[in-house]
Design a protein around this ligand. Structure first.
Ligand SMILES: Cc1cc2nc3c(=O)[nH]c(=O)nc-3n(C[C@H](O)[C@H](O)[C@H](O)COP(=O)(O)O)c2cc1C
Length: 338
């Protein structure tokens, strides 16, 4: 069983944090549908302190347990204070972002840029650990900045020595952004380095895991303790739970038939509209509906003619009721050939 400090996870299949995608309603759905853990979208430590993201944290109570807040930043004092704010708003685990490749983030020396400066990374880990007052701290990173600087093992050892409770490694360098393929074997180097040094903390392998076979391959090639699923879960909050069930029967959920998937998306859509308001909720839900439709089409669950019409409603309609009607018809099977 995978543990993050005192928190025992239901299974070792985690939903990745994705800004703009894995919001509270989506994470609540993923958790209800069997994901072993969900992580809140990155919060800039500075913005949390200035109060701009506190409202978001206050709404987090339904997003799954334990409640993990991910912080990004490069100033140890600010990160420590942001940790205190997050804990005061109910966070149970603090995750430090050392993997974000976005220029807006790395340009300020946060995210993956921290891997280029191991001394600063250590200062931040230690400051967050001290501020967390015993709550588990985890780190999410990449393999390194670029091929010449693949220092994930070094950073993981530093973090483990400082006392972090879990390390997640996306098997790409920052330079790769999302190109090429995630190198699961390279994540194995981090696992071996930690074990060699006597650290038993869980290591999670991440990158390009899209189904049970790729989850098995990533685990076999890396020797990691669990997997984290990102982009493949867009539009499919049930995916981590389904993969978990395939890896260990009884620990996730059975594959959802097409009509249940449509019903789940109907609920997600309604929850997103309730959470964000209609104008924002309808727009934010589009990426999920678009992804779901792509999968349904590939699986032959929606006839081509219906898919074109649904696409129009899903991607253009500003009306929650109109989208709900289309999903309801799918859930009832009246338009589907599944
Ligand atoms: C739209 C998007 C937003 C993301 N936001 C975050 C984030 O807030 N924090 C983070 O650590 N990683 C973030 N990531 C990276 C993912 O957590 C994950 O590491 C990456 O997508 C690789 O996993 P995948 O191949 O399963 O998608 C984001 C990725 C995407 C595509």
């Amino acid at each position: 069983m995978l543990h993050i400090g005192p928190h025992a996870l239901r299974n070792p299949v985690l939903l990745a944090p994705m800004a703009g995608v894995t919001d509270v309603p989506f994470r609540a759905a993923a958790a209800r549908l069997g994901a072993g853990l969900t992580i809140a979208e990155m919060a800039a430590g500075k913005e949390l302190l200035e109060g701009r993201q506190r409202e978001r944290l206050a709404g987090e109570k339904v997003g799954g347990r334990p409640f993990v807040v991910q912080l990004a930043g490069h100033d140890a004092v600010l990160m420590a204070r942001a940790t205190e704010v997050a804990l005061a708003h109910g966070a149970q685990v603090i995750d430090i972002n050392m993997g974000c490749p976005a220029k807006m983030v790395t340009g300020k020396l946060s995210g993956a840029a921290l891997m280029r400066d191991p001394a600063l990374a250590r200062t931040i880990v230690e400051a967050v650990m001290a501020a967390a007052g015993g709550a588990p701290v985890t780190v999410k990173m990449r393999l390194g900045w670029d091929d010449a600087r693949r220092n994930a093992a070094e950073i993981a050892l530093m973090a483990a020595d400082a006392g972090v409770a879990m390390v997640t490694v996306h098997g790409r360098t920052r330079r790769q952004f999302y190109t090429g393929r995630a190198d699961w074997r390279a994540v194995g180097g981090v696992v071996r380095a930690l074990r060699h040094a006597g650290h038993a903390i869980p290591v999670i392998v991440n990158g390009d895991i899209v189904d049970a076979p790729t989850a098995r391959a990533a685990l076999a090639q890396s020797g990691a303790d669990g997997v984290m699923i990102g982009r493949a879960a867009t539009g499919r909050p049930w995916l981590p739970g389904e993969i978990a069930e395939s890896l260990a029967p009884g620990h996730g959920i059975a594959p959802l038939p097409f009509d249940r998937q449509a019903a789940e998306l109907m609920r997600l859509h309604a929850d997103m509209v309730a959470f964000h308001g209609e104008a924002v909720g309808v727009r934010r839900a589009r990426k999920h509906l678009k992804a779901a439709l792509t999968h349904w089409r590939a699986a032959g669950a929606v006839p081509v003619d219906d898919a074109a019409r649904l696409r129009e409603v899903f991607l253009r309609s500003e009306s929650a009721a109109e989208v709900q009607d289309a999903l309801s018809a799918l859930a009832q099977g009246s338009r589907a050939a599944a």
